[in-house]
Write a protein that binds this ligand. Structure first.
Ligand SMILES: [Zn+2]
Length: 737
């Protein structure tokens, strides 16, 4: 039904792009490269253009220096270390000569006050829903084993002894004390609690024990609360990331048995400050009352697998029947604790605290109002060497490359903003608040957003992106050499046996959410992985861990920085924006087929034929837009085409947004409503199918017809930008139907 796109667009653009940096590749292979850098792609002096300049400028020692600057103290959002990192980034941007802004905001954050987890003697009262009086707790029964709630300090990694490191905690936990029996609920997914109901296991008044993985931790809390749990304990399973996987820190990179994953547990239907949905948390904004916001109410505590083993070993209930509920603990996984009781106490304070985004800008020469944004958060749970700094150092080195290019006389056509976001870890707060504050400006002038969270975790490159930006990412990957592969490009290694690399769908999980899901600005997430181990959200996420596990040489970080710089230069300086309209419809037929099959499997009926008609019209409008972009354009035409291209995908935005989640306005891509991190494409359909809601499915069909028509109209604005040429092209394309 959809004509396969002629390949002219992509190949011609690659040629133009490659020609622009051709000198780089040629000279790079004939001149000796410095020994600390990969061979090839070293520029002639001086570089001939902005692209050559920004690819050449980054260095491994530069990346390492950013890591030393930002990763030598814990910096949880809102604390003293956070303020120091904000000042360091602002100073660095200023030192580069960027226009620098420290954008302060004041969201609701929280702090751990105290916590304890104790195995107490069984009394046969497991499952009792009667809450004991606080003064009776501890007096009534003797605690028999206090479980450790903080990582072991390591002689081999002195940073782990830093006095500002906290015990393990989940931000926005309820505060209180619970003594209760234990139920094990696997990953704490919706289906896991459904399974417990089938088995007749009652979670009411119990402390539920779950393991990390399978969904965003906040949903474990929400489903546990819905099941009536009185408390929740979340453990790291050694089968996922511990000694089952390999040597543990400090002998290897995997989680040792005291390693604890921290993290936020909010599951509000919007991102950003819990108290200011849709509005920035800055002076003048009215905040919601805390009691009107659905934050967790039960105490929640993360633990390592030494503590989890002790709990599981003390449980006396039946062993789980389903093998998929067991993992790497060295004891049988039991369904419930029998007589075992735990005492869990968590105290946290919630308070409005100040933090900041730091923005460094280079003003565009031709279209200064149009902005390309490159971002990564700066806040962490501890030192944050991997999360976020493996991305923040790429951001800083990319910014430095553009500052160097500026000194060499290369100013991009469009404005580039380098953004270090605050308070991402508490709920993607800083970037969301900024998107809310800049809604009108970004809605009109946002070109694209590139996210770099944890971008340099190895040398195996990968990316997720809005479909219209995928060819731009692949082009950038074709300009950068893969470390240790004898001159092969990142693109070739990334593609492997395939003709072309495959990119993932972009959804939730990091700072692109405000741009993509709220403002409908096409977005990209870049990164490289492949290292053996994880220190995720733990006190072991130190520079020593990173350098031992990911590497001392920073070659993966250098590769990602060059790629990010090339991509940013393309987006910021190409005469015609490197947005590929035809790609928007390319995957839609297969996605709709999948929707049709899923609807049928769920016992729903859907007739997609009217939507296919709109899709055909949309595809032709997009192809005509593509052709219009390729025509020889004079400056007024070019300006009109770029404006229409920039605004094209705003057409995915709808008010009031997704059902129950009006902040999520993008009906093309979103984060998974029921698990959090994963991307969901065409969510109106998939959510109706999950809910087995025929009326919602019918409404979704009509809404997507309207969305396809809006997109087609936007695409015609692109071809309209070149006047009669586009009309002819459009007719010609329509004639092939
Ligand atoms: Zn992160």
């Amino acid at each position: 039904m959809i004509h396969p796109r002629r390949q002219s667009f992509r190949s011609s653009r690659i040629c133009r792009f490659a020609a622009a940096v051709g000198a780089v590749a040629v000279v790079g292979t004939t001149q000796g490269a410095r020994s600390d850098e990969p061979r090839g792609l070293v520029p002639p002096e001086p570089p001939q253009n902005i692209l050559a300049s920004v690819i050449a400028a980054p260095t491994a020692p530069g990346l390492r220096a950013w890591h030393d600057l930002l990763g030598s103290q814990p910096h949880v959002a809102g604390g003293a270390g956070d303020a120091a990192v904000i000042a360091a980034i602002a100073g660095a941007f200023q030192g580069m000569g960027l226009e620098t802004e420290v954008w302060r905001f004041s969201p609701l954050l929280c702090r751990p006050v105290s916590a304890s987890l104790t195995i107490i003697e069984g009394s046969g009262a497991a499952g009792s829903t009667a809450a004991p009086k606080a003064e009776d707790l501890g007096r009534r029964r003797r605690g028999i084993m206090s479980l450790s709630l903080q990582e072991e300090e390591l002689l081999a990694d002195p940073a782990t002894r830093h006095p500002e490191l906290d015990r393990g905690w989940n931000a926005y936990s309820g505060s209180g004390v619970v003594e209760a029996g234990v139920v094990y609920a696997n990953r704490g997914r919706r289906e896991d609690f459904a399974r417990l109901r089938e088995l007749g296991v009652d979670c009411t008044g119990r402390i539920v024990l779950v393991r990390y993985g399978g969904n965003y931790r906040g949903f474990k809390v929400r489903f546990a609360e819905e099941a009536g749990a009185a408390g929740l304990v979340i453990f790291t399973d050694p089968g996922d990331s511990g000694d089952d996987r390999g040597a543990t820190w400090p002998d290897g990179g995997w989680a040792n048995d005291t390693c604890i994953q921290r993290g936020s547990i909010v599951t509000l239907p919007y991102k950003g400050d819990p108290l200011t949905p849709f509005e920035p948390s800055i002076p003048g904004t009215t905040r919601l009352a805390m009691e009107d916001v659905a934050l967790p109410t039960i105490p929640v505590q993360p633990i390592g697998y030494a503590a989890a083993t002790r709990i599981m070993a003390a449980m006396t209930g039946p062993v789980v029947e389903d093998a998929s509920w067991t993992g790497g603990l060295d004891v049988p996984y039991r369904q419930d604790g029998g007589d075992l009781e735990l005492r869990l106490e968590v105290q946290q304070t919630r308070a409005i605290m100040e933090t900041a985004n730091v923005l460094g800008s280079i003003r565009g020469s031709e279209s200064p109002d149009d902005v390309v944004i490159v971002g990564c958060h700066h806040d962490a749970w501890g030192f944050g060497a991997a999360d976020p700094l493996a991305g923040t150092i790429v951001l800083m080195e990319t910014a430095k490359a553009f500052a160097t290019a500026l000194e060499q006389g290369f100013r991009p056509r469009r404005t580039v903003i380098f953004a270090a976001w605050g308070a991402e870890e508490f709920g993607i707060i800083g970037s969301s608040e900024w998107c809310e504050a800049q809604r009108d400006r970004l809605g009109a002038n946002g070109v694209a957003y590139i996210n770099l969270d944890m971008a340099a975790m190895g040398t195996t490159f990968g990316a997720s992106a809005s479909p219209s930006l995928r060819s731009a990412v692949i082009r950038a990957a074709s300009l950068v050499e893969q470390p240790g592969k004898g001159g092969e490009t990142v693109r070739d290694v990334w593609a492997g046996d395939r003709e072309s690399p495959r990119l993932g769908d972009l959804g939730g999980g990091s700072d692109h959410v405000g741009f993509l899901c709220h403002l409908c600005i096409p977005s990209i997430s870049l990164g490289a992985g492949g290292s053996a181990g994880t220190s995720y959200h733990s006190n072991y996420d130190t520079l020593a861990w990173y350098r031992s596990t990911v590497g001392e040489d920073y070659l993966g970080a250098l590769m990602v920085t060059r790629l990010c710089a090339a991509l940013t230069a393309d987006l910021a300086d190409a005469r015609i924006l490197p947005i590929e309209p035809a790609a928007i419809a390319r995957d839609l037929p297969s996605r709709l087929e999948g929707i049709g099959r899923a609807a049928e499997a769920a016992g729903l009926t859907i007739d997609l034929s009217p939507l296919y008609e709109d899709l055909v019209a949309l595809n032709h409008a997009l192809l005509a837009a593509q052709d219009a972009m390729e025509g020889a354009l004079d400056d007024p035409q070019r300006s009109k085409v770029n404006t229409a291209l920039r605004l094209l995908e705003r057409a995915w935005g709808e008010d009031p947004g997704l059902p129950g989640r009006p902040w999520f306005r993008n009906v093309f891509a979103t984060s998974n409503r029921d698990s959090g991190y994963g991307a969901v494409v065409l969510p109106l359909f998939s959510e109706a199918i999950v809910d087995q809601d025929q009326a919602a499915l019918d409404r979704a069909l009509r809404r997507y017809q309207n969305a396809f028509r809006r997109l087609a109209a936007s695409a015609r604005d692109i071809s309209g930008g070149v006047g009669s040429v586009s009309e002819e092209t459009f007719e010609a394309d329509a004639g092939q139907r």
